[in-house]
Design a protein around this ligand. Sequence first.
Ligand code: COA
Length: 259
Amino acid sequence: MSENPVLLSREGDLAIVTINRPDKLNALNREVLAGLLRVVEELTAAGGVRAMVLTGAGEKAFVAGADIAAMRTMGPAEAKAFSDLGHRLGDRMESAPFVVIAAVNGFALGGGCEMALACDLIYASDKSRFAQPEVNLGVIPGFGGTQRLSRRVGVGKARELLYTGDMIDAAEALRIGLVEAVVAHGTVVEHAKGVAKKIASKGPLAIQQAKAVMRRGDAGLASANELEAQAFAMLFGTEDLKEGMGAFLEKRAATFAGR
Ligand code: COA
């Protein structure tokens, strides 16, 4: 790929990070995940950043999921490494000494919803759509969705979304507490930057401590995420997953045999 899949721009103490693969609706492959991880680690090491806004390129998608074409050919070991990479990214965003804000400008599906969930705050365009549709493909979330969704919206709603794969609109996402606010399409990055600037005007150490202490309350997250990665990887040894992902790429309905 010639174009950089992750773009970084700075506005004073704010960083704006854009996932830049619009022709594939910003689907997360290894290159995108590694690029995001590098950017978050560099911003953390550099210091002086108060908030980071994460968004997707184009009008249609924040991130339409992990890259199904890339996953289709993975075996369990590769899938575990892929899941571990996604988890490392989520962990670095949650442990960063700055606030991370998702500006969801369209589809936030699967890994896209999971990336948003690893952010401190989520703002959504009124055209955005959310889902954890992995079960349609014979797989489960692999970047923290089995853990972070229920922590945000409650375990019942999380189960419903995970088991049905249903897509919800921005209004429903707001109603269930998945997002903090819904704004007019095209204004979500500006809105997120406005909140980021307000946060950046507060005591830096107080914000850092508030974030760190709230994270410590979630002490069980790391081991639960490891269990998720193991289950995600195991499913890559099944016929169902090959059928589910093959069906998506061949634009047909999947037929699962349960093996
Ligand atoms: N992985 C890989 N490629 C993806 C993708 C994903 N998660 N999501 C979309 N794309 C690709 C499509 O294959 C298509 O590529 P092509 O132009 O080479 O055929 C391109 O992005 C545009 O998507 P398309 O499906 O044509 O757009 P649409 O408007 O008809 O539908 C969605 C949009 C989001 C409903 C549909 O793309 C979709 O269901 N995506 C997969 C969602 C998913 O299951 N994510 C979880 C993965 S674990």
